[in-house]
Structures are given as structure tokens and as C-alpha cells.
Design a protein around this ligand. Structure first.
Ligand code: PMV
Length: 342
């Protein structure tokens, strides 16, 4: 294929949303490209979004990454450059041209709100189009996974299942849609307890856990049963059953991280307060459950009629800085381009 001189797509911009795992991914199997040690199941959110624009520029000597107009950290830039090198290799243009990536999030980055999921999902679509590739959703999911494991799931909307896969090349470690967002429009009330980027990134946390936790094998072996139970609950729209297995998966993941050496603790005092507030609501019969990722934010998943009382209760927890209520959203898509307000 002839190397492109400029962007081949009319408008290589994409929008993607973060997703929240209800059955958690934690740990990688050997090999490159973030091959997961376990499958996972998630919901893709609306409202919170990453928008990314990729423009090829023959004058550049390396890819440039801008976050909200400002240069990204050297670590983030290097991660994007490695990813872009793979996209160029797929497009048959390994020598360039390089590109300028302009990306922005309308929510805090790197604080456990799944910004790497929406970030790499949006970058997969925008960059593959910019280099003239037209990838299937499955191929986009595999590409996004190579940037960040959870990003594979943000290719799709609503309820999404991610396969562990067995192939060394990762071709079967991809996400598939389980249920459209409108088919069971759950709400997620996010209690933000800290807006700083987390101290231990998920890749480092996962690797330390795999290498040192005495509970690792138990985690891997119990995952399939949790996935089956959660998928059945989603298909049956059985909120109580989903709540039970999702809280179990989240507690197991954090217990696993705590059992690493040295231990990994993502929680703040306000995190515990928020978890207890959700636990009390649940005990009182409110259809809600809590889940958490590699950061101190608490995500309370609930039926729509409970969203207001859940938000009120989380706002009253000391140390909770902000409460956002979001619904379930769509998968990655082309955006109206730079300057659009979507
Ligand atoms: O995709 P990563 O490397 O950011 O890992 C995500 C890990 C968790 O958010 C903690 C769990 C998950 O399944 O999303």
C-alpha cells in the first residue's frame, strides 16, 4: 500500500465513552498487546466522553499528542507513539507520515474513571481511519485492547462482554455486545472523591498482583462462573442477581490488589464512606450496588427510579467532592470533527 501523505479520511475524528466493568478485568496473560488473564463484562456510559482528532503531517519527525491543547506527559506520548506505530504497520505505512493527535476528555483523566478505555477506543477509530484503514468492530476492539485492555469494550455500547481468548496473537481477545443500552437503561451515580491521577497505574498494579498475590489462581479460576452468572442476570434483567455478582467481583478484585506485595490500596476514607452509604441503601431495599476500579471513585449502579435518592445519599458523604449521574451510552463512532460540541 502506498504511504498516505495526508489524512485519507475526510474527518478522522472519533468519540468514545468510558465503560465500567461489572465483572472485573485484573491481570494479563503472557504476550504483548494486553492479553487479559480473565474475561470481563461491562457497561458503556454516556455523557462522559473522549473526543480525538488525528491529522497526518508530513513535516513531523514523531507523533505529537495534545491533551486539551497542551502537550501530554512524555509517558503518555510514548504510549501513543507505540500504538500509532502499530496502526501504521497495519496500514502498510511503517515509515510515516507521523500524526498530530488532539484529544480531550470532559472528565478527570487517570483517576479511575476509565479514561484509558475511552481514550484508546477513540484513538483506534480516528487513527485507523486517518491511515486509510476501514476496520471491522472486532478488529477495532482488538486494536483498542492493544492500547489498553478495557478499551476493547468501549468499541460497543450498552452491556458488553470481553473474551479472555486463547490465541497468542490476541485475535480472539475481543469484546462483543451483549445488550443494547435502551434494553435495560441502568444509571450510574459516580461519587468523585479525588481528581488526581492514581499513584499506581492498572498495568503496574495488575502485574504486581499476578506476580505476588497468593490468591491469584483462585481469582482466575472463579472468573468464568461470575461471567456466566452476570450475563444470565443481564439477559433476564434481574437487577438483584446482577448486584450480587458484580459486588462480589469488585470485592474480589480489590482484595486481590490488597494481597499483593507490597499491597495496593486505591481507597480513601471517603471511598469507604460512599461504599457504606450504598450498602445501607441496598439493605433498605433501594435497587443499587457499588463498584470501583483502579482509583478512589465509587460508582453506584442503579435502576433509573433510584438515581435521585442514590445521588442525594452520596452527596452527603464527607469527602465526596462531586456526584455525577450518567446513563448507558453508545459505542465508538465518528464525531462531527474538531470544534464540534458533541
Ligand atoms: O484497561 P486498563 O489497563 O486501564 O485496566 C482496567 C482495570 C479495571 O478498570 C480496574 C477493571 C476493568 O475491568 O475495567
Amino acid at each position: 500500500m502506498k504511504a498516505p501523505q495526508q489524512s485519507l479520511a475526510d474527518d478522522p475524528s472519533a468519540i468514545a465513552h468510558p465503560n465500567i466493568a461489572l465483572i472485573k478485568y485484573w491481570g494479563k496473560r503472557p504476550g504483548s498487546g494486553n492479553l487479559p488473564a480473565v474475561g470481563s463484562l461491562s457497561i458503556t456510559l454516556d455523557t462522559l466522553r473522549t473526543r480525538t482528532h488525528v491529522l497526518l503531517d508530513g513535516a513531523l519527525k514523531a507523533d505529537v499528542l495534545l491533551y486539551g491543547g497542551a502537550p501530554a506527559s512524555p509517558k503518555d506520548a510514548a504510549r501513543a507513539q507505540r500504538f500509532l506505530a502499530d496502526v501504521r504497520a497495519m496500514a502498510g505505512a511503517p515509515k510515516g507520515p507521523y500524526c498530530r493527535i488532539e484529544t480531550d476528555n470532559n472528565f478527570p483523566t487517570g483517576a479511575g474513571l476509565a479514561s484509558s478505555a475511552s481514550g484508546f477506543a477513540a484513538l483506534s477509530l480516528a487513527a485507523s481511519r486517518a491511515y486509510g484503514l476501514s476496520l471491522s468492530p472486532e478488529a477495532l476492539s482488538a486494536l483498542a485492547r492493544s492500547g489498553s485492555g478495557s478499551a476493547a469494550r468501549s468499541i460497543f455500547g450498552g452491556f458488553v462482554q470481553m473474551a479472555r481468548g486463547v490465541a497468542d496473537d490476541g485475535s480472539d481477545a475481543i469484546a462483543t455486545p451483549l445488550l443494547e443500552p435502551a434494553a435495560w437503561p441502568l444509571q450510574v451515580v459516580v461519587a468523585i472523591t479525588d481528581t488526581k491521577a492514581k499513584a499506581i497505574g492498572s498495568t503496574e498494579g495488575m502485574e504486581r498482583t499476578r506476580a505476588t498475590s497468593p490468591y491469584w489462581q483462585g481469582w482466575v479460576e472463579s472468573q468464568e462462573a461470575d461471567l456466566k452468572e452476570a450475563a444470565a442476570a443481564v439477559h433476564a434483567r434481574d437487577f438483584a442477581a446482577l448486584a450480587d455478582v458484580a459486588e462480589h467481583s469488585c470485592s474480589k478484585m480489590h482484595a486481590l490488589a490488597l494481597s499483593a506485595r507490597p499491597p495496593i490500596l486505591y481507597w480513601l476514607p471517603s471511598t469507604v464512606g460512599a461504599l457504606q452509604a450504598v450498602g445501607k441503601l441496598r439493605k433498605d431495599g433501594v435497587p443499587v450496588f457499588a463498584t470501583m476500579d483502579a482509583g478512589p471513585q465509587v460508582k453506584a449502579v442503579c435502576l433509573p427510579e433510584a438515581a435521585q435518592v442514590v445521588a442525594q445519599s452520596l452527596r452527603a458523604v464527607p469527602g465526596v467532592l462531586e456526584v455525577l449521574t450518567v446513563g448507558l451510552g453508545e459505542g465508538v463512532r465518528q464525531s462531527a470533527g474538531k470544534g464540534s460540541s458533541s
